[in-house]
Design a protein around this ligand. Structure first.
Ligand SMILES: [Zn+2]
Length: 281
């Protein structure tokens, strides 16, 4: 099985393109540092897949943040990714879970997608949560941002091992009538996909299983990785900005501990190190 890969594909006789993503090792790395309840792990796994699929539709280098904000037990959940398919995630809980469905976790709220190209304008899409699933919310996002009919399938397996996978079909912005007919035909086939297939089959086999009557061009895989990007140096930079007064307090306490909320890495600074930062201000 080709784990942790994203594939783009194109139907040669149809005005539809697609994406397939599977994450396992990267997802495991992301989740192993935290003690989230199972439904929260599932939600984050879905959000990682969603972020990968959205990122793969972008035609430029840059960064993306896909955030869920609500009034449910999960106050905030976000995945940050980039065009190299590196991602990290963070979640903030504000109450005990009262159920494990998408809306029982998030409640009323929004999905906010922020795309920051390395060059050019930042784009932000805000989608009110109206559907019952993350996939329906994402389909709403694509309808709003790209005005292209899009169908998504996301599956996770967090109980036996940490894996998640997604499939996306999207209309190409050409010959709208033919594209719509092609899309409708392919969605009927794609609807037969099962979680166990999408989570385990290699991309070639998955596409053959669903679309063997079609000529499908499969593009080379892109590797998907968990990369936090935090460092002791970034913590030091943050300490330079808290001011002398706050530093004096921490020096009096004898040490300062900072924990990365993305990967749970602990960074410790003793009084002497804090004094050096204070002296350099
Ligand atoms: Zn980190």
């Amino acid at each position: 099985m080709n784990q942790d890969t994203l594939h783009r594909f194109l139907f040669q006789q149809k005005h539809v393109r697609g994406e397939l993503v599977q994450v396992a090792v990267s997802l495991d790395k992301m989740l192993q540092n935290h003690h989230y309840p199972l439904p929260v792990k599932q939600l984050l796994a879905e959000l990682v897949v969603a972020t990968s699929l959205i990122t793969a539709t972008l035609k430029f280098d840059g960064e993306i943040a896909v955030q869920l904000q609500g009034d449910g037990p999960v106050k905030f959940a976000a995945v940050n990714g980039d065009n190299n398919q590196n991602f990290r995630a963070v979640v903030r809980l504000q109450a005990e879970l009262s159920g494990d469905s998408f809306r029982q976790l998030i409640g009323e709220g929004y999905m906010i997608v922020t795309i920051t190209p390395r060059q050019g304008e930042r784009y932000q899409g805000i989608i009110p949560l109206t559907g019952d699933t993350l996939t329906s919310t994402l389909e709403g996002y694509f309808a709003q941002s790209e005005q292209l009919p899009t169908r998504l399938y996301i599956f996770t397996d967090i109980t036996t091992k940490n894996t998640a996978a997604g499939l996306m079909l999207q209309v190409l912005p050409v010959e709208a009538e033919k594209a719509a007919a092609d899309f409708a035909e392919l969605v009927v086939l794609a609807d037969t996909v099962t979680g166990s297939e999408l989570l385990t089959l290699p991309a070639e086999d998955m596409l053959y299983r669903l679309f063997h009557q079609e000529q499908v061009e499969l593009f080379p895989a892109q590797h998907v990785s968990f990369v936090c990007g935090c460092s002791r140096q970034k913590c030091e930079t943050a300490l330079f900005s808290i001011g002398k007064e706050a530093l004096t307090e921490h020096i009096a306490e004898g040490k300062l501990e900072m924990t990365c909320e993305y990967c749970n890495q602990l960074y410790q600074f003793n009084a002497e190190e804090l004094q050096q930062i204070k002296d350099a201000l």
